[in-house]
Design a protein around this ligand. Structure first.
Ligand code: SF4
Ligand code: SF4
Length: 93
């Protein structure tokens, strides 16, 4: 029986999908974009925390999450992985 599964060719513009690229990031580097959380929509599941390749997502005392800007590479993985589209990427000036 022939498989009906489809393969997506969607390209994600993210430093982390390029092999080895995430390792090139040095904490403190200037980045193109920063993640911004919309706490009103966040369910505090922690998926963004788990997936961040730089350990830059930090859990705050109220249970919500934010980025440590000294460690964040602007890769957008947190933005991509959030179930509910809570995290936007804002261009740095
Ligand atoms: S993945 Fe999305 S919903 Fe879950 S904690 Fe992070 S921002 Fe909130
Ligand atoms: S953009 Fe998100 S996933 Fe990427 S380093 Fe910053 S906090 Fe982590």
């Amino acid at each position: 029986m022939e498989s009906k599964a489809k393969v997506s060719n969607k390209t994600v513009r993210c430093i982390a999908v390029q092999a080895g690229a995430a390792k090139a990031f040095k904490p403190g580097n200037r980045v193109a974009a920063r993640p911004v959380w919309d706490k009103d929509r966040c369910v505090r599941c922690g998926v963004c925390y788990i997936y961040c390749p730089h350990g830059a997502v930090v859990r705050q005392e109220d249970g919500f999450f934010d980025a440590n800007t000294d460690r964040c590479s602007g890769c957008g993985v947190c933005h991509r992985e959030c179930w509910f589209g809570v995290i936007g990427m804002v261009q740095e000036a």
